[in-house]
Each structure stands twice: as C-alpha cells, then as structure tokens.
Write a protein that binds this ligand. Structure first.
Ligand SMILES: C[S@@+](CC[C@H](N)C(=O)[O-])C[C@H]1O[C@@H](n2cnc3c(N)ncnc32)[C@H](O)[C@@H]1O
Length: 249
C-alpha cells in the first residue's frame, strides 16, 4: 500500500512516520509513505498558499490552486487518482471499521488543511471522503492525518509482528481488550489474576473473553450492540446484569 500526505508541514509528518513500528515497516517495504509540500506548488513570487476569505471574517484559507497542482502532481506520479481524504472536523468520525476498509486501498492520500481550512472548491473537485478524528478543532490536519495513517498501517500485512497482532485489540470486534499483565507476578502487593498463572490455555482464553465482555459492558455498553456474541457470551452478560440488579436491591 502507498500513503501520501499533502501538507504544509512534511517534516513534522516525516518525523512521526519514521519512528518505531511504522518507521520499521517503511524500511522493510511493507508500506510506502510520501509527504508532499503544498507550498512547492505556490505560483506567486512570495510563495503564498493562503488568502483571506471572500465575504470577510477571521483568519486565512488555503488557496485552491497550489493544492490542486500538488494533487495533480501526485496523480501524475501514481498514474491514477488515489482515494483522497480531506482531514476535517466536519467529516465522519473515524472508527476501527473504517480503518479496516481504508487498509484495503492500494493508494490513499490525506490532504491536511490549515488556518481556517481550504477553499471549498477543492472538496468539490477532488475529495472522495472527509474524516474527522473527533468533535473538537485542531490547528491543522497533520495530527489527524497521522492518526489515520498510523491506524491504517497497523492493519497492513507485515507491519505488525505476530505477537503484536491487532485482532484481539480494543474495537477490532466491537469489544474492548481484556486486562494484561507482565512480570513481576506481584507488584506493590498487587497480584496477577490466578487464571493467567495456571498455564491452562483454554482457561486463559475463557477468562480473557469474559474480562473483555465485562470491560465493554462497564466502560462502553454501546459497543455491545454491534459485537458478534456467542450464546456463551450472552449467558455471561445476562449473569452480569442479574448480579448487578441483585446488588442494587
Ligand atoms: C482550524 S481547522 C479549520 C476548521 C474549520 N474552520 C471549521 O470550522 O470546520 C484547520 C484544519 O485542521 C484540520 N482539523 C482540525 N480539527 C480536525 C479534526 N477534528 N479532525 C480532522 N481534521 C481536523 C483540518 O484539516 C482543518 O482544515
């Protein structure tokens, strides 16, 4: 897979994307990531990429043409249009489900806005999808694009090693992950649950599944509506509900 970021701050993005798991994945060729400087496509003598909005008002907007030239250059490089995402607080909020779907594209590109955002005509002309990382406003689209790029990269074959597998992680199957512990077995008087110390694989799996259900019921009950639950899961959750009711009485 190839991921491109169109931004006024390519160095900032490069720094983050060169570290740790994503940095290693890039080095071994599991994913290709390129950052492009929108300012390289400014066409006036001051290299300006922003201007004041028509109709007045606060702040500056990114002009259409430098962004358009940057996108066209990317399309020339790829030989086709990538799935082009504008990072925006007005977009659909990112979910793990959308991350899984995005990981199936050959080429995705993120356009990072800045200042008050971008000229609307770029959205009309080029953008396939707007994604928000939450209902709050940041100064630029770089951090949101890095969040999406990171979450998508983790889904690509060869990025995570087997022992970092994502399938049991929170949100993958609409459940939160079970609690985890490492050595020492007792830390400041707090013991690791006995179930994890027996070495009995089936008991460990059963305990983990139940803890996962328990956590989700406690912290994010809304997620249980879309989780795929077995008969045993449902029985366990009913028991939980009944014991909660009994405790209330
Ligand atoms: C200050 S914001 C512009 C907000 C815009 N004026 C509005 O009210 O919708 C500047 C840029 O940051 C990015 N951004 C800010 N918050 C975001 C969020 N929650 N999710 C994704 N991108 C965001 C977008 O790329 C946006 O163009």
């Amino acid at each position: 897979m190839r991921i491109d970021l169109l931004t006024l701050f390519p160095e900032m993005c490069e720094t983050v994307l060169s570290e740790s798991i994503i940095g290693r994945a890039r080095k071994k060729g599991a994913v290709q990531i390129c950052c492009h400087q929108i300012r390289d496509f400014a066409y006036d003598k001051h290299n300006r990429v922003d201007d004041s909005p028509f109709g007045g008002g606060m702040g500056m907007l990114l002009k259409a043409e430098p962004i358009a030239l940057c996108i066209d250059d990317l399309i020339d490089q790829l030989g086709e249009k990538p799935h082009l995402i504008y990072m925006s607080p007005q977009g659909k909020t990112l979910t793990q489900q959308r991350v899984k779907e995005l990981a199936k594209y050959e080429n995705i590109a993120f356009l990072c806005g800045h200042y008050e955002g971008i000229d609307e005509r770029i959205i009309d002309e080029y953008i396939d999808e707007e994604i928000s990382i939450g209902d709050y406003v940041l100064t630029g689209g770089e951090l949101p694009a890095l969040v999406v790029a990171d979450s998508v990269c983790r889904m690509i074959d060869g990025v995570l090693s087997d022992d970092e597998c994502f399938q049991e992680e929170s949100h993958f199957n609409s459940l939160l992950e079970y609690p985890q512990y490492t050595r020492p077995a007792v830390w400041r008087g707090r013991k690791v649950p006995d179930e994890l110390m027996t070495g009995h694989h089936q008991n460990v799996q059963k305990w983990r599944r139940e803890q996962s259900l328990l956590r989700t019921a406690e912290k994010r009950p809304d997620m249980l509506k879309t989780a795929e639950l077995t008969k045993k899961d449902k029985e366990f959750l009913t028991k939980l509900q009944n014991s909660a009711k009994n405790n209330e009485i």
